[in-house]
Design a protein around this ligand. Structure first.
Ligand SMILES: CC(C)(COP(=O)(O)OP(=O)(O)OC[C@H]1O[C@@H](n2cnc3c(N)ncnc32)[C@H](O)[C@@H]1OP(=O)(O)O)[C@@H](O)C(=O)NCCC(=O)NCCS
Length: 157
């Protein structure tokens, strides 16, 4: 069996049942449905879903404010991980951020989240010693590493 074809689209409220399922399967402290609903209403937000047929298998979102893009959430259904879905979503976010005029993209990631850090490094995100938010994740008290990519250029898309 081949990997089903993945299509990336803007997230709509109709996606939220499936988005919430991926969210719950991905995080110890999932966002609420209301949090997604409120994000979708803002003009400075971009949320995408990856679909295999009718099924939402992943999503990603960011805020774009002036020259800065801030990734807020990226998750892939556990059954669909390791197949390039997260990378595809992140590349699309980078492309949209660049087109909206962002020069820099940043995000926080748990110090213990090696798969996500590897994904971001692959896409050119870097960090520096000390670029840490202590106790950022209030559920476990875990620190966040701050990563960024700058500049966002056409060739990186
Ligand atoms: C992080 C996450 C989104 C990655 O999505 P994914 O679709 O499985 O990732 P991809 O298949 O696109 O992988 C792209 C790259 O990421 C890295 N990567 C992904 N999973 C990895 C793993 N388990 N171990 C090491 N590196 C990994 C690799 O560099 C990979 O490139 P390669 O295939 O050329 O080696 C997914 O693991 C997830 O949903 N995790 C739970 C939610 C989460 O932690 N989100 C990030 C919060 S900051």
């Amino acid at each position: 069996m081949g990997v089903p074809e993945i299509a990336v689209h803007p997230m709509t409220p109709a996606d939220l049942d499936q988005v919430m399922e991926v969210e719950r399967l991905s995080y110890l402290t999932p966002w609420s449905r209301e949090a997604f609903e409120s994000e979708l209403l803002q003009r400075y937000t971009v949320y995408l879903v990856a679909r295999a047929g009718d099924r939402v298998v992943g999503f990603a979102g960011m805020h774009v404010l002036w020259e800065m893009a801030h990734v807020t959430n990226v998750a892939v259904h556990p059954e669909f991980r390791g197949r390039g879905v997260g990378e595809r979503l992140m590349r699309e976010l980078i492309r949209i951020a660049y087109r909206r005029g962002a020069a820099r993209m940043t995000l926080e990631v748990r110090v213990g989240n090696a798969p996500a850090q590897a994904l971001y490094r692959k896409l050119g995100f870097v960090t520096e010693p000390g670029a840490v938010r202590k106790g950022y994740y209030t559920d476990t008290g875990e620190d966040a590493i701050i990563m960024w990519k700058e500049p966002l250029v056409e060739e990186a898309i």
